[in-house]
Design a protein around this ligand. Structure first.
Ligand SMILES: [Zn+2]
Length: 417
């Protein structure tokens, strides 16, 4: 049975906004879109913008209990020292607090228009929360181990934990992208990934690559000047932190190169690899990311919070590297709202068009997570998972600009016709 929705503005993303647009849905999928009079009685939403459910391509929902616990820092080293200390002290209230905070964070993501998530998880507490909330996406089960004694074993065990998680989720949540058993299922896929060049040994990187599936890899890369210094010289604050943690090993050979080259040489930079941050990537590094068909996931609010500095957003786009949007975690960002992240992106890169920023937060993110068949644009065949944004009474002269300029949280409604 078809349903029709009408709105002042439809933002299909793969084409220009449609004024006075309508959208036909059937069984949870988009059938047609058009403008003018709808072919049948339509649910008229009035002065709103309808756009695809947003994609938060890099977050750590399991860290939500750290909200407000580690203040903004002047340097990433200072921030990491503080967060390591806080995490080592343990979660006050234990597992229940951790899960309750993550649950609240997931609810806030849905309420702020997010439909698809790329979640970094060490503990795998988050997949059931996403499934319950109807969020789709990829859970990147992340490994750390600068001197891991048995890299192959660590990767094997990580995949075994994923298999266990899949079983507990049950078949209704275990769909794989492009192979959905039923239209309302929430596809979650999984990948084992490396944290960063300074926290993962070359052997562990290679073991992860050797067992990588079709789901993309992810990594934190070129986030701070300290990371660049460590890969060039083997010294600096990161070396001292590894020594303090007791994981430094003299077996590690200084690669004397930049982070992009380092992960390229390890075989980790593959088509589709999601590179979080890239704050300190050079123009040459951007060109290598583009050639490798990698995707940058920018998280500017987090970059500023942890003292890494602002990302060179306009350069990312000028270099024609696909750019997706992430919020990172509540440990380093005030909210998990993609609209809030877009507002910061607009502030940092006034020269990038609002349409391009919106595409980053929808189509690019969905494609990067392997979910472009179902999400990212308002196109026939895709899931009718929409975000409705109420427009101001005076209207919005430029609806795309309006959507990247600080949408009030209360004006956002997730919609699944
Ligand atoms: Zn992160």
């Amino acid at each position: 049975m078809s349903k029709y929705l009408r709105a002042r503005w439809l933002l299909p993303i793969d084409r220009s906004p449609i004024e006075n647009g309508w959208l036909e849905t059937e069984a949870g999928r988009i059938v047609r879109i058009g403008s003018g009079r709808a072919p049948a009685d339509a649910d008229d939403f009035g002065d709103v913008a309808l756009l695809p459910g947003l994609v938060n391509a890099h977050t750590h929902v399991e860290l939500s209990w750290l909200e407000g616990q580690v203040p903004p820092a002047a340097s990433m080293h200072e921030w990491i020292t503080a967060i390591v200390r806080t995490r080592r002290a343990g979660v006050p209230g234990g597992r229940d607090t951790e899960i309750a905070a993550a649950q609240k964070a997931v609810a806030s993501m849905v309420a702020s228009g997010t439909a698809v998530v790329g979640d970094i998880s060490n503990t795998l507490i988050t997949p059931p929360l996403f499934a319950d909330a109807g969020l789709s996406g990829v859970v990147f089960h992340e490994l750390l181990g600068f001197s891991a004694p048995d890299p192959q074993g660590a990767v094997r065990e990580a995949w075994a934990r994923i298999d266990e998680t899949r079983k507990t989720l049950g078949s209704e949540h275990a769909g794989t992208p492009g192979n959905l058993r039923e239209p309302r299922g929430t596809p979650l896929s999984f990948s084992v990934v490396a944290h960063a060049p300074y926290s993962v040994s070359p052997a562990l990187f290679q073991a992860i690559v050797a067992r990588a599936g079709r789901t993309p890899l992810a990594i934190h890369l070129a986030e701070s000047p300290e990371e660049l210094e460590f890969l060039r010289t083997g010294h600096g604050p990161i070396r001292r932190t590894l020594e303090t943690l007791g994981v430094w090993t003299d077996r590690w050979r200084v690669p004397n190169c930049d982070p992009v080259q380092y992960v390229t040489d390890l075989g980790y930079l593959q088509p589709g690899t999601l590179v979080a941050h890239a704050v300190h990537v050079t123009d040459d590094g951007l060109e290598r990311l583009r050639r490798a068909k990698a995707v940058i996931v920018t998280c500017p609010r987090s970059n500023l919070w942890v003292g890494a500095g602002p990302p060179r957003l306009a350069h990312f786009y000028a270099a024609r590297v696909p750019v997706a949007v992430g919020t990172d975690s509540l440990a380093s960002s005030p909210t998990l709202s993609v609209f809030d992240e877009l507002t910061e992106m607009r502030r940092l890169a006034p020269e990038v068009s609002a349409a391009t920023l919106l595409e980053s937060a929808t189509r690019v993110g969905a494609d990067a997570l392997g979910l472009g068949r179902d999400y990212g644009t308002l196109s026939p065949g895709k899931r009718a998972v929409l975000t409705r944004v109420a427009l101001p009474p005076a209207g919005a002269s430029d609806v795309e600009e309006y959507l990247v300029s600080g949408v009030p949280a209360l004006d956002i409604t997730p919609l699944r016709p």
